[in-house]
Ligand binder design. Structure first.
Ligand code: UD1
Ligand code: CA
Length: 448
């Protein structure tokens, strides 16, 4: 049966003390909302609708940029989770399939759990995802009778007996879309917060003699993020999971607790990651590479058998072919480097294309920016760039050519040529000896 997913993301997130909408705060370098969207899309739903309100411009921009086919509806006034879902169901009109509601501030609900929820929808009219915890403060409590869910009581409305319940509401609720729409019509605001609670649907369903079931997941999966403290806890959990996954995929992390991943980091088998490496957004690395200590990588594609670092910085738009070596204190940005080329020491390469088997000497700089415009540097195959060469872009360096160390290259270099562009050396006979004498005399005169 077809499924629609509604993700609630209209709340302000007051407890974050932030100017940003809560769901745009990042975990693994991606907004927490995109973690929900990722899981939702994995079940191949008919539709995903987000409910937006506070900070909607920023969220809409993000949805547009990420090119995911996500619809949205606007909840002008945030009158509660029930009210938010009601607005979304207007967009579903006569859709007669399953509806799964997720919260944008609960980012770790897994694809596997969503599949289980879908399956459970075949057995009961409503399904709620719960979790057990001793840290239940703030969560709604599931009042149950063995396997049957009777009602959900919000923390602020619960009596002492209900507060003692450690089975909490994750926020995920599912059931037939038309049924949920009907139940939402009957919601009221007679509660401590004066809100339309989505959770009241359970009680309303019971009044109609329907049956409500629940599934239980781990607390970590249902972690709701309302504060900065919970956000950092979520980041910690995310990193722990990402490290475990990398190890399971055959990546060797020498000191896993010191390596930081993004949601989309991909590392191939038998790749070694030394301590203190950070993977920003958009990094894909092939197999049998070594990423040496203290390197920072973002937005780059690295093929197989490459060696990066220590202390390398790869910025967005870097594409390295097999067997490339990038050494210490090298920064590369928006550049394509072909097979077995080496950039081993202290260089900046930006907006460049470099052919295979080329050697870029220590201290080489592609001078790509003239203060107004960025320019490209093209370097061919089997080239030898001498140490401390300044390549003033736009410039093209032909195959098999060489540059003399310390050259400032302002013109294209044809194939097989040697370009030297530096001032001629002149040796003054005994000049050092004479100069030292003059300087020492001067110093003595000044101190006496
Ligand atoms: C909610 C649940 C609670 C559950 C907890 C799990 C209700 C009434 N309470 O409480 O049972 O244990 O989540 O984390 O459902 N939102 C809107 N529009 C609104 C109000 C909220 O879109 O009018 C969105 C928020 O942006 C957020 C989500 O719904 O993403 C949950 O709202 P929040 O205020 O955080 O609910 P909790 O108090 O955490
Ligand atoms: Ca919440």
């Amino acid at each position: 049966m077809d499924t629609a997913v509604v993700i609630l993301a209209a709340g302000k997130g007051t407890r974050m003390s932030s100017n940003r909408p809560k769901v745009m705060h990042e975990i693994g370098n991606f907004p927490m909302l995109s973690h929900c969207i990722k899981a939702a899309q994995q079940i191949k739903p008919w539709k995903v609708i987000t409910v937006l309100g506070h900070g909607r411009t920023e969220i809409m921009q993000f949805l547009q940029d990420s090119k995911k086919s996500i619809e949205f509806v606007i909840q002008e006034e945030q009158l509660g989770t029930g009210h938010a879902v009601k607005i979304a169901t207007k967009q579903l009109s006569n859709f007669d399939g399953n509806l799964i509601v997720m919260f944008g501030d609960t980012p770790f609900i897994s694809y596997e759990t969503l599949i289980k929820i879908k399956a459970k929808c075949e057995q009961t009219d409503l399904v709620v995802l719960g979790f057990r915890t001793e840290e239940s403060a703030g969560y709604g409590r599931l009042v149950t009778n063995s396997s049957e869910l009777l009602k959900i009581v919000e923390h602020n409305d619960a009596n002492d007996d209900e507060l003692a319940i450690n089975l909490c509401n994750s926020g995920v609720i599912a059931g037939n879309s038309l049924l949920i729409s009907e139940l939402l019509e009957d919601l009221d605001r007679n509660n401590t917060n004066n809100e339309f609670y989505l959770t009241d649907c359970v009680h309303l369903a019971k009044l109609r003699g329907l049956n409500c079931g629940f599934l239980v997941c781990e607390h970590d999966e249902a972690l709701g993020i309302n504060s900065r403290d919970q956000l950092s806890q979520a980041e910690k959990n995310f990193q722990t999971t990402a490290r475990t996954q990398a190890l399971e995929n055959g990546v060797h992390l020498v000191a896993p607790e010191t390596v930081f991943f993004s949601m989309d980091t991909k590392l191939g088998r038998d790749t070694v990651v030394e301590p203190n490496v950070i993977f920003g957004k958009g990094v894909t690395i092939g197999s049998e590479c070594i990423i040496k200590a203290f390197s920072y990588l973002e937005g780059c594609q690295i093929s197989n058998d490459c060696s990066i670092g220590p202390y390398a910085r790869l910025r967005p738009g870097v594409d390295l072919s097999d067997g490339v070596k990038i050494g210490n204190f090298v920064e590369i940005k928006n550049s394509k480097v072909a097979e077995h080329t080496k950039i081993n020491h202290l260089s900046y390469v930006g907006d460049a294309r470099i052919g295979k088997n080329t050697n870029i000497g220590a201290g080489t700089v592609t001078c790509n920016y003239d203060g107004v415009t960025k320019h490209r540097t093209v370097i061919g195959e089997d080239v030898f760039i001498g140490s401390n060469t300044m390549l003033i872009a736009p410039v093209t360096v032909g195959n098999n050519s060489m540059t003399g160390s310390g050259s400032v290259i302002t013109k294209d270099i044809p194939e097989d040529d040697l370009a030297i562009s530096r001032s001629k050396q002149k040796n003054n006979n005994n000049g050092a000896k004479k100069l030292r004498k003059i300087l020492r005399n001067k110093k003595n005169n000044e101190t006496h």
